[in-house]
Design a protein around this ligand. Structure first.
Ligand code: DGL
Length: 279
């Protein structure tokens, strides 16, 4: 493994771009290979077996593509697949759950922490367990928000529809008196202005991207090293679905012209629905 090799980043869609964007901020010399599994988005309604299979297939591709480290930029697969992936592969793989949890524990003053995430992530109980393992005294208020990911994938991050969806989703956890809210899905930071407006100034939003990239930096520093500032650097973007909608929505969200070069690449995904006779 050499410092010049790229960093792999994956998610079900555009959500992982919130982490990729943070990599470009904290580690501007690094090159990114991004895979968005847009043919299977949303991940939040899928089974644990499917999620492990999707993540495993994508990580296999990113390793074949020569990445020196991988960020699982999806809370849903970080919640259910990360231990399996870390055991199977020698390449370091960083998830988003623990960095988000650590940041939330630093931020909270009243020990009442909300977690918004996909249905599968909330069902896994990963955030609550990680919070309580580090700080048994905190109270955790989880809430699944299945309406958010489809909105972000459409590029809708403001306006009345988004405001109504966010207000409806947040009502029960705001009533619980939280002072800190983990954005436990990498799509959600794109909704942060609306979420902050609805939650009010007394609630600190935690986007796990910053702490995740901090961990990536440590992993690289301890391992094969950070890339030097020299040489040409070009990120690569792949999706399993329609590259045009990904590049258009992605460019709107993060403003990167290079997303126009997004390529469609279907990996060797098993068709779970067919196999289970449900298709
Ligand atoms: N962005 C992902 C996450 O962090 C997945 C969202 C989805 O596809 O449901 O959970």
């Amino acid at each position: 493994m050499l410092p010049v090799q790229p960093v792999g980043v994956f998610d079900s869609g555009v959500g992982g771009l919130t982490v990729a964007r943070e990599i470009t901020r904290q580690l501007p010399a690094e090159t990114i290979v991004y895979y968005g599994d847009t043919a299977h988005v949303p991940y939040g309604s899928r089974s644990v077996d499917e999620l492990i299979h999707f993540a495993d297939t994508i990580v296999g591709f990113l390793i074949a593509r020569g990445t020196k480290a991988i960020v699982d930029a999806c809370n849903t697969t970080s919640a259910v697949a990360l231990p399996y992936l870390q055991k199977k592969y020698a390449v370091p793989i960083v998830g988003v759950i623990n960095p988000g949890v650590a940041a939330a524990l630093q931020a909270t003053r009243n020990g009442r922490i909300g977690v918004i995430a996909t249905e599968a992530t909330i069902a896994s109980d990963a955030h609550r367990q990680a919070l309580l393992a580090r700080e048994p005294g905190v109270q955790v208020f989880p809430r699944a928000c299945p309406s958010f990911v489809p909105l972000v994938e459409e590029g809708k991050v403001s306006g009345p529809r988004v405001e109504a969806a966010v207000a409806e989703a947040l009502a029960p956890i705001l009533q619980a008196g939280i002072d800190t809210l983990i954005l436990g899905c990498t799509h959600y930071p794109f909704l942060a202005p609306v979420i902050q407006e609805v939650a009010g100034p007394g609630v600190t939003l935690i986007d796990p991207a910053a702490a995740t990239v901090g961990e990536l930096k440590n992993v690289l520093a301890r391992g094969c090293g950070l890339r030097g500032p020299h040489g040409s650097r070009a990120h690569d973007f792949y999706v399993s679905g329609d590259p045009r909608s990904f590049s258009e929505v992605g460019a709107k969200l993060v403003g990167w012209p290079e997303l126009a070069g997004t390529r469609k690449l279907e990996l060797d995904f098993k068709d779970y629905l067919d196999e289970a006779g449900l298709g």
